[in-house]
Design a protein around this ligand. Structure first.
Ligand code: HEM
Ligand SMILES: [Cu+2]
Length: 647
């Protein structure tokens, strides 16, 4: 392979990006060396097995990926803002919408959700950590290096270009001959293994690590949503694993699973992809429902209306999510009976979802609502998500879908579901739990500024797309002629996208501003909240709770505050914690090397990396970790310090 094939060349924008990546890397290395922070970074973060820190690293990575996916989005909106634009050519546009979709779903939405799960779930159930802290670190590093591998395709070898759905035969070596889709198959595989491990870890954590008295039906709703999501992950991700493995065989070893000839079947890919893909959208939406449930009940000062119907509706949604996958290809010729079946199952999902919407409304009814930033996102979510849901039911009708399929109407629909459903939720959760993790709130005034920019601009960006779709503008169209009349609405949408960018910039500025100026909390419960995570101090000590809580009711902290039902009635005992380990990050790095070698079919390095993976895993299983023990004296001192008392 020649150098100019190896590095992506030819476009000033790419050189600019390469230069900024190199400069940023140099700046980080110089900065860390100058401030002598390497040791700190390694000891406290890169080798950590603490669920809170792993959660923070997930969220930080997700924010960076939101930036990357957002730049892709702005480029697309800029390209289509006016007819016959030549900013991006067709190939480049294909790459941009592909990486945008992949990055947003797999490397932004899901890790953001998993990051919040990591921070919050062990605290909500009164546990010291997740069930398998080291496995948790492996999960994070596999996700992280998978994401980095996909991002590398931008400068080395070229990005995948067959859509985030990578339909065959389009994604086959014949029609997509660059290494882009090799990256797809390997990067998603590596991070997907990490996600699967997370699913297993959280099922065990929630089932086995709950504090005494925390019966299943006493769990906070976010924990319920995380449990159900983890079950979906555990059933859905193996399908993706298989699909990606077959894709890799087709593309790298010349097998014919998904080809049109030699007994291959292209629709097999579409089916496997969506058997994972539709549950995937519920993986990012159910925890969001959990986040909204916590926020709405906290800021309405009321318990969640219809608790058990909330749980059951999520269970039903999770089951149905596995029975709707063919609604993504009604038009691909499977016949009326099959389409009819999938139409009905799809529409059925709107019933439990509607139940949840009404429950949130009833939770607020007669409540004392405080309009904080997280609450504003939750309030905006309800009507906007409902528009997404209603247009979803429109798309669910198979015969009508022949009109809407693969138009901008669909693009508008799924952004109306994903942005209020997931992005607003993670931002709301970020504002809500931020003081728990760091010990100070994000500034509310800046938070509200960002909120209004984001909520209004969102609608300006995506509402026009419904009409463009109905007028016949297809999805993934890189340009159009003046006569189509698509120009003005696309321009409006571009303006909206700029507004979104401003909103996110304010959000990021708010983080910086609040780190510098926000008053520090001395109380672990700044929102007067209801659930256990607020019962410990902020910032949270490494061991979470000085003594294991005893749970006697739902909303245990609220009951402790208002009905004097105590949570902590045990004595302080020494606490045992696992010690840090560098092996997960090393394992992730070797997986990265393996993936990179496979992308270019360098089999000898790939085999060496494969052996490396086995060696690291083997040494990990022989590790004897005696952990560390925190003594009673240390616990007492930490607790006093965190509560602002002088020793
Ligand atoms: C932040 C503002 C966003 C804007 C302005 C935006 C814009 C767009 C545009 C213009 C397209 C391509 C339309 C086409 O030509 O087919 C697109 C596709 C897509 N977007 Fe977004 N998007 C945004 C956020 C998100 C988020 C947060 C997610 C997911 C959580 C997401 C997921 C997707 C997916 C899955 C596709 C389909 C990619 C494909 O066709 O393969 N987007 N978006
Ligand atoms: Cu679906």
């Amino acid at each position: 392979m020649k150098w100019d094939e190896f590095f992506v060349t030819g476009e000033p924008m790419i050189y600019g990006a390469m230069a900024s990546i190199v400069l940023a890397t140099i700046a980080i290395i110089v900065g860390l060396t100058y401030f002598k922070k390497w040791g700190y970074l390694w000891r406290e973060w890169l080798t950590t097995v603490d669920h809170k820190r792993i959660g923070v690293m997930y969220i930080l990575s997700a924010l960076i990926m939101l930036f990357r996916g957002g730049v892709d989005a702005i480029m697309m909106r800029f390209q289509t803002a006016v007819p016959e634009n030549t900013f991006l050519d067709s190939q480049h546009y294909n790459e941009v919408f592909t990486t945008h979709g992949l990055v947003m779903i797999l490397f932004m939405a899901m890790p953001f959700i998993i990051g919040i799960m990591n921070v919050v779930v062990p605290l909500q159930i009164g546990a010291r950590d997740v069930a398998f802290p080291r496995l948790n670190a492996i999960s994070f590093w596999l996700f992280f290096f998978g994401a980095m591998l996909l991002n590398l395709s931008f400068v080395i070898g070229g990005s995948p270009d067959a859509g985030w759905t990578a339909y065959f035969p389009l994604a086959s070596i014949e029609f997509s001959p660059t290494v882009g889709n090799n990256y797809y198959s390997l990067a998603l595989q590596i991070s997907g293994i990490g996600t699967l491990l997370t699913g297993i870890n959280f099922i065990v954590t929630i089932l086995k690590m709950r504090a005494p008295g925390m019966k299943l039906m006493r769990m906070p709703m976010f924990t319920w949503s995380s449990l159900i999501t983890s079950v979906i992950i555990t059933f859905a991700f193996p399908v993706l694993t298989i699909a990606l493995a077959l894709m890799m065989f087709d593309r790298i070893f010349g097998s014919q699973f998904f080809t049109m000839a030699n007994g291959g079947m292209d629709m097999l890919w579409a089916n496997l992809f969506w058997v994972w893909g539709h549950p995937e959208v519920y993986i990012v939406i159910l925890p969001a429902f959990g986040i909204y449930s916590e926020i709405i009940s906290t800021f309405s000062k009321k318990n969640l209306y219809g608790y058990s119907s909330m749980v059951w509706s999520m269970v039903i949604i999770s089951l149905l999510s596995f029975l709707v996958w063919a609604h993504h290809f009604y038009t691909m010729g499977q016949g009326a009976m099959v389409n009819g079946f999938f139409s009905i199952t799809t529409m059925a999902i709107s019933v439990p979802t509607g139940v949840k919407i009404f429950n949130w409304l009833f939770t607020m009814r007669k409540g004392k609502i405080s309009f904080t930033t997280p609450m504003l996102y939750s309030l905006a979510f309800i009507p906007i998500f409902t528009i997404g849901g209603v247009t979803g039911v429109m798309l669910a009708m198979a015969s009508a879908d022949y009109q809407y399929h693969n138009t901008m109407f669909l693009v508008a629909h799924f952004h109306y579901v994903l942005i209020p459903g997931t992005v607003f939720a993670v931002i709301a959760g970020f504002h809500y739990w931020f003081p728990k993790v760091f010990g100070f709130k994000l500034n509310d005034r800046l938070g509200k500024h960002a909120f209004w920019w984001i909520a209004i601009s969102f609608n300006v960006t995506f509402f026009p797309l419904f009409f463009l779709g109905l007028k016949g503008m297809t999805r993934r169209m890189y340009t159009y002629s003046e006569e189509t009349g698509f120009g003005p609405l696309n321009m409006l949408s571009f303006v909206g996208a700029l507004g979104l960018a401003i909103g996110f910039a304010i959000l990021v500025y708010n983080i910086y501003y609040s780190i510098r100026y926000s008053p520090r909390e001395t109380n672990g419960d700044p929102w007067d909240a209801r659930t256990l995570e607020w019962a410990t101090s902020s910032p949270i000590p490494a061991y979470n709770f000085a003594v294991t809580p005893n749970v006697k009711t739902r909303d245990a902290l609220w009951a402790a505050k208002h009905d004097n039902i105590s949570i902590f009635d045990e004595e302080i005992k020494p606490i045992h914690l696992p010690s840090n380990t560098g092996k997960p990050i090393i394992l992730g790095a070797i997986f990265f090397a393996f993936g990179f070698a496979m992308v270019f079919s360098w089999f000898i390095p790939a085999i060496i990396a494969g052996i490396g993976i086995i060696i690291v895993m083997a040494t990990m299983s022989f590790d004897r970790d005696h952990g560390i023990t925190v003594s009673v004296k240390e616990i007492m001192e930490t607790e006093k310090k965190l509560r602002g008392e002088t020793l």
